[in-house]
Structure formats: structure tokens, C-alpha cells
Design a protein around this ligand. Structure first.
Ligand SMILES: Cc1ncc(COP(=O)(O)O)c(C=O)c1O
Length: 357
């Protein structure tokens, strides 16, 4: 079975961790500081503050932007619950926004329509590795947290995502584009935001008491991060090569492939769409399609397990519902062999043919 996602770890990563362990200093220290400055330089921003997860990074970003109980925070509904959790941690209210059906990113038009007087921030994920309409969103004038959990290394008009918002967050979960096992970071051009996050992520040896957290990253994790960052461009280039092979093959089959107008997609996920006449004719549920792939040795998934409005039992998010019903995420990661990639194409062809009949 070809798994849906997989880590990209090598001896370089294990040697980097060993060096930290042998140094005898394993918690947040010199390696964390080095990882922060290296990632900030790569993204093109002033600095970074590493934390224990992407969720922690969003949580502390919201506090640093002054979001409080009773405020609204806008976010797309077609995303994982981490964003909703972080908004709930600060007692704010999620303002759910539908998606743009061409890119699956937050719909700027829907965002403009739904903004309230109490909207204090918007979280903008660059979903699946494809940049959102970040300039247009910034022009609205509310503070923006870019969510680059799926898009480290992607660029918008030649500039890396993560360098546009008031701050940006990253996740380094095991199967993300680059990993530290678990981990996250906030990057920003604002010293004030970075200082606040560095203060809040650790609780001890402080002159005053406020609620603080233990959201630190360890030097062992940071060592993996530094090692992975060195190879990030090669990870992305392998993802892009696989994606262009898929796109060429699938376009010939009439399968709807991901939009990539600016050619700056890094393909954290490669999603194909179960739509067109053949899907209408078959009337199959997406679960049946996923089962078909699995029976043929390729594990595929819904790219978003469940849109947020479905958890909250809210209605009126037509594009997110459509994406949830129609999108299939097929395996794409650097360690796929050329043989794996060909097998995935063959099985997708078979799936397409099975539907035509
Ligand atoms: C878009 C997005 N934001 C935030 C997160 C949360 O990151 P973490 O799992 O590191 O808390 C994820 C994780 O999957 C994500 O995909």
C-alpha cells in the first residue's frame, strides 16, 4: 500500500539530533535560536519565535495581536480544527468564511461581505501549498495572520508567503513539508509581536505574573528543523516534479487538476476533483472512491477531514461543502519513487475508466 503521507527523514537529521543529545543541552537553547534566524532569513522577515506546534503559534499570535474575549476572528471553514481551537483558547468567536472554488483558499469576496465591526483579525491559510489572495486581503485593513502550515517555501508574486501578514505561523508536524516531529513558529517583521511571543511561550524566571504557557520547542527538534531546512528546496522541487507529471497525465484524462496560475504552488497536497458528468452519473459517495483507491494499493484521503461549519452544524457554505464532497487528496511527497508515482497514475486512470462505464 502506498501511504497517503510520509516523513522525509535521513541520516543527516538523526546525526543533527545526536549532536544535540551529546552536547548535554536538549531543551530550548542555542539550536532553537539558530533555527529561528535561519527560517526568518529564508522567508525574508526580521525574526522568528519557535513554539511547540502550529496551534500554539496561532494561539500566541492572537494574543500578541490583542485579540480578546468577545472579538471576532475570521477564518475559512475549509481547514482543520486547529484554527478554531486557537480562537476558542482566547475566548474569541470564529467568523467562518467560504472558499474560492478555483483555489480552495479563503474567498476574499465572502470575507468582505461577512466582516463585522468586531473582527479583530483574519487567519489566512495558504491551503494545500497554494498562496491565497494575500495582497487583496491585506488591503481590507484588518490584521492578518498568515497560516503557512502547509506552504513553507511557496511564493506569491515572487515573494515567500509568510512575509506579507502582521505575522505568520508554520507547523512542523511529522508529515508537513518540513518537520521537527511536532513544532511550530511565528515569524514577523514586528519586534513587538516577536517579543510578546517569546515572553508567553515560557513561564519561569519572570519579574511579574501573567498567564503564560509552556509552548517551548526543544533543541533536539530545532536541530531536525535546521537539517530539514537545508534540504527544503530539494523537497519542494521533487513535489513540483511529481505534480507536473500528475497534471500532464490527468489533464489528458479530463480530470480537474489543481489551479496553479502563478506557478508558485508547492503541492503539500495534490487534490483531484470527483466531478463532471461521470461522477453525476455514478452518484457514488466519496467514501466509495477512497475505497476504490485503497483496494488498488493507493491510500487517498479527503484533504480536509471535515469543514468547520459541519462540526458547528452551520449551513450556507456551498463551496466548502462541494470541496468536501468532491476532493480527493492523492499521495505526494519527496520519498515517493518514480515507480510509486506511475502506480498512482495507473490507479487513477483505472478509477477514471471505472467511472465512465
Ligand atoms: C492549515 C493548518 N494550520 C494549522 C495547523 C496546526 O498545526 P499543528 O498540528 O502543528 O498544531 C495545521 C495542521 O495540520 C494546518 O494544516
Amino acid at each position: 500500500m502506498i501511504p497517503h503521507s510520509k516523513t522525509t527523514l535521513t541520516k543527516e537529521d538523526s546525526s543533527a539530533v545526536s549532536r544535540v543529545i551529546n552536547s548535554g543541552y536538549i531543551s530550548q537553547g542555542e539550536a532553537v535560536a539558530r533555527f529561528e534566524s535561519k527560517l526568518a532569513k529564508y522567508i525574508g522577515v526580521k525574526g522568528g519565535a519557535a513554539v511547540s506546534s502550529g496551534t500554539a503559534a496561532i494561539h500566541l499570535s492572537l494574543i500578541a495581536l490583542g485579540v480578546k474575549e468577545g472579538d471576532d476572528v475570521a477564518m475559512p471553514t475549509y481547514v482543520c480544527p486547529a484554527l478554531l481551537n486557537a480562537i476558542n483558547y482566547v475566548g474569541a468567536k470564529p467568523l467562518l468564511i467560504d472558499i474560492n472554488p478555483d483555489t480552495y483558499n479563503i474567498s476574499t469576496a465572502n470575507l468582505k461581505k461577512k466582516l463585522t465591526k468586531k473582527t479583530r483579525a483574519v487567519i489566512v491559510p495558504h491551503i494545500f501549498g497554494l498562496p491565497a489572495d494575500i495582497e487583496e486581503i491585506l488591503s481590507i485593513g484588518i490584521p492578518v495572520i498568515e497560516d503557512c502550515a502547509q506552504s513553507v517555501g511557496a511564493a506569491y508574486k515572487g515573494k515567500k508567503v509568510g512575509s506579507f501578514g502582521h505575522c505568520a505561523i508554520f507547523s512542523f508536524y511529522a508529515t508537513k513539508v518540513m518537520t521537527t516531529g511536532e513544532g511550530g513558529m511565528v515569524v514577523s517583521n514586528s519586534d513587538k509581536i516577536l517579543e510578546k511571543i517569546r515572553d508567553l511561550r515560557e513561564y519561569d524566571h519572570k519579574p511579574n505574573y501573567i498567564v503564560r504557557y509552556n509552548y517551548k520547542m526543544t533543541d533536539m527538534q530545532a536541530a531536525i528543523g535546521i537539517s530539514q531546512l537545508k534540504r527544503l528546496d530539494s523537497f519542494i522541487s521533487r513535489r513540483k516534479d511529481i505534480a507536473s507529471f500528475y497534471t500532464k497525465k490527468f489533464s489528458e484524462l479530463g480530470i480537474t487538476v489543481p489551479s496553479n496560475q502563478e506557478k508558485e504552488h508547492i503541492y503539500f497536497r495534490y487534490v483531484i476533483k470527483k466531478s463532471g458528468q461521470w461522477s453525476v452519473v455514478s452518484g457514488q459517495k466519496l467514501e466509495d472512491d477512497l475505497k476504490f483507491f485503497e483496494a488498488n494499493g493507493v491510500k487517498c484521503m479527503r484533504p480536509i477531514f471535515k469543514p468547520i461549519h459541519r462540526y458547528l452544524k452551520l449551513k450556507g457554505f456551498l463551496e466548502a461543502d462541494r470541496a468536501w464532497n468532491e476532493l480527493i487528496s492523492i499521495p505526494i511527497y519527496p520519498s515517493l519513487t518514480d515507480g510509486d508515482v506511475k502506480k498512482i497514475v495507473r490507479v487513477t486512470e483505472k478509477w477514471r475508466e471505472a467511472k465512465v462505464e
